[in-house]
Design a protein around this ligand. Structure first.
Ligand code: FRU
Length: 446
């Protein structure tokens, strides 16, 4: 099965991107996968590969529970190349109390988590029996981490040291980041932890990386907004200071959202083949899409985005590989094929509005305002609108429209708003500005 631009669940359920890496001439993207129904359940790692970050080919299941320590789920993690092999690091979940009516859920949230790895010789074969090992047993020391909620190892190498950052919590009240180091990527030692209210109540999927000389922190924070907003957990980022010698992280007072549509979660980054820092993340969907053949799927990835830091602000730019496939200009809206992704480029001013099949974008009080209320299948309890911080009077837009996802890059990625949509219409309308000011580009599939 193949996907273009947005990797989607190949049926049933996916959530976080895992093990995103350029390895032996191909991009590999693994993902949290429940292969049996379009709902969250016992986690596996699904696997897809790509030559260009745009065309993805699903490879089936790579990792699944086989050991006592991961019998209830192979949770999120990351990939690293070491001695030509592909190391996959993940969180291994074991339930302590089972729900007799649903073996895919822990009863009373009673489970423990350890960290484990799998080594693959080639990125094609994964021996779930022979090549797994537990590398950090369950941590029962409350001063260090939490026995259940310590997860999502992101591993990287700097100098001669391997670093692992984990999301965790202090008593499920305050978010915590935990650091381990290693000399060989296999034997790990606890290094440091930091507990901070800015990390929500539980931190998930942390990522720390350097762009030029600036470190950036990204993470998914649990319970940072009210239930009424639809989602209580959100992905944030900010430049940070990091001292690798002591694993000391200094956070900024305020974070930015990675994406102002607030559907995005569980961001992960790695380098592309040219050394750019690229981010990919899960787009949460409140309901599954049912295809005409009856197949149901829930969950997809955003398009890959290039991360840059400029004047202390984190930018998410369109990846040049994506840009390449949207170079065929279409003379008018009527010629656009809504069954394929397409791209619109325009500028908007205060008071102007663009309506893409019921999805409306306008400028209000110097901010970009996007409204999906007409194309969200009447779903209640989710946020229907998204807005950016102030844009200082400038609004250049690059808008990617796919069947179930709209992504708006504002001022070259200064801010991005991405929204899941369900019933986008096949028309484009403008108000208070000229249609001639919009350029349309269709998607070329090769
Ligand atoms: C984030 C997350 C991770 C965990 C995974 C389980 O969405 O909760 O923290 O590893 O999903 O599927």
């Amino acid at each position: 099965m193949k996907n273009e631009l947005h990797l989607r669940a190949p049926g049933n359920w996916i959530n976080d991107p895992n093990g995103f890496i350029y390895y032996k001439g191909k991009y590999h993207l693994f993902y949290q996968y429940f292969p049996y129904a379009p709902v969250w359940g016992t986690m596996h790692w699904g696997h897809a590969v790509s030559d260009d970050l745009v065309h993805w080919e699903h490879q089936g299941v790579a990792l699944f529970p086989t050991k006592e320590y991961d019998q209830n789920g192979v949770f999120s993690g990351s990939a690293l190349e070491a001695d030509g092999k592909l190391n996959l690091y993940y969180s291994a979940v074991r339930y302590l109390e089972k729900d007799a009516e649903n073996i895919h859920m822990a009863k009373n949230n009673h489970f423990v988590t350890s960290q484990a790895m799998v080594v693959s010789e080639d990125g094609v074969h994964f021996d779930n029996w022979k090549d797994k090992r537990q590398i950090i047993p369950v941590i029962y020391d409350e001063e260090r981490a939490h026995a259940a909620h310590t997860r999502d190892p992101k591993v990287w190498k700097e100098g001669n040291t391997y670093y692992m950052v984990l999301g965790s919590t202090c008593r499920e009240e305050t978010g915590r980041i935990v650091f381990y180091t290693s000399k060989d990527g296999v034997n790990w030692e606890f290094s440091n932890q930091m507990t901070d209210r800015r990390l929500g109540r539980i931190l998930e999927c942390p990522d720390i990386f350097k762009i030029d000389e600036t470190y950036v922190f990204m993470g998914s924070l649990m319970y940072i907004s009210q239930k009424e907003c639809g989602y209580e957990h959100h992905a944030v980022c900010a430049p940070a200071e990091f001292d690798p010698a002591r694993c000391r992280l200094t956070l900024r007072e305020e974070f930015e959202y990675v994406d102002y549509g607030l559907d995005m979660y569980a961001v992960q980054t790695n380098l592309d083949k040219d050394g750019r820092r690229v981010m990919i993340a899960w787009m949460r969907m409140p309901k599954a899409v049912k295809e005409q053949n009856g197949c149901e799927w829930n969950g997809m990835m955003c398009q890959p985005r290039v991360v840059e830091v400029n004047n202390g602000h984190v930018y998410f730019r369109v990846h040049p590989e994506v840009g390449k496939y949207f170079d065929a200009e279409v003379p008018s809206f009527d010629k656009l094929d809504f069954s394929q992704p397409f791209c619109l480029r325009t500028s908007l001013k205060e008071g102007q509005e663009l309506n893409i099949g019921g999805y409306r974008i306008r400028i209000e009080n110097d901010a970009v305002y996007a409204d999906r209320s007409q194309v969200f299948a009447g779903l209640e309890g989710y946020s229907l609108t998204g807005r950016t911080p102030e844009i200082a009077g400038e609004c250049r837009l690059e808008i990617f429209v796919d069947r179930n996802l709209i992504e708006i890059f504002i001022n070259g990625g200064e801010f991005v708003i991405s929204h899941v949509v369900y019933d986008i219409g096949k028309y484009i309308e403008t108000s208070n500005f000229d249609e001639g000011d919009i350029r349309c580009y269709s998607h070329r599939s090769s």
